[in-house]
Ligand binder design. Sequence first.
Ligand code: R5P
Length: 289
Amino acid sequence: YQIFSLGSNPKLGNEIAKILGTKLSAIDTRQFADNEIYERIEQTVRGRDLYVIQGISDPVNDNFMKLMIFIDAARRASAKTINVVLPYFGYARADRKARSREPISARLIANMLESQGVKRVITMDLHADQVQGFFDIPVDHLLSMPALGHYFYENDLLGDDLVVVAPDHSSVGRARKFAELLHAEWAVVDRRVDNLAANKSYAVTGNVTGKRAILVDDIIDTGTSMVVASEALVAAGVTKIYAVAPHAVFSDQSTNRLVESAIQQVIITNTIEVPVAKQFNKLIQISVA
Ligand code: R5P
């Protein structure tokens, strides 16, 4: 087999190759003055099983197009199979029509990959498990929660005073599983508008007062969900707040918001490479390589 890393996350690509005791295969990638993408696979791939690592992360559309152009090149070069490793599946949040005349972009991505002959997708911490069903090819859906949970174990942070908290109702399933992993109780920030308390923080359902809380979500994008939930937890009397999420999208002013919040540690993975400019001292990154 041969492994390629297309540049969305070079460090992760190199780490995976190192763990497998192999080298990434060479590819000549260029972007022309008008931003068109050019990629040429530099050695024969005829009859080979190819694994291509490329997250659909910011710049989302360029990164996805790089993947599609690579797949086209690999197919035309007679690769035996093309297996796509998507550490981060961008557009996965667009997984249903919530309002009329909306697209289902996650399904579109799945169709585009499959119609180009991709034989297998390996991805991590999907926004919703059912996105697997958008494909008719095998999807390996890997979870980073054990690795994230291990952080609490190896740093001696477990204990009876720990509670796992879903920052909103859509994260309850994930929070419950994480709570089971850590043998902790769980709670939820009830983010319905009619549950806004007079002091402008949402109420929390579950026993959190006097405890250390771990907020668990799949993505930190603008940081709003985590920060709003942390305000509710402070109002409810927690003693310490950790925020845990596999995917650090970190758009807009998210990192400033997190730095200024009451959250004491933000624990993420490297499914998305965090640029140096967006790193801050309470950030802890766990490798999923
Ligand atoms: C939403 O459905 C996701 O599970 C996350 O809660 C969301 O993407 C977090 O985004 P933000 O950081 O912008 O609140």
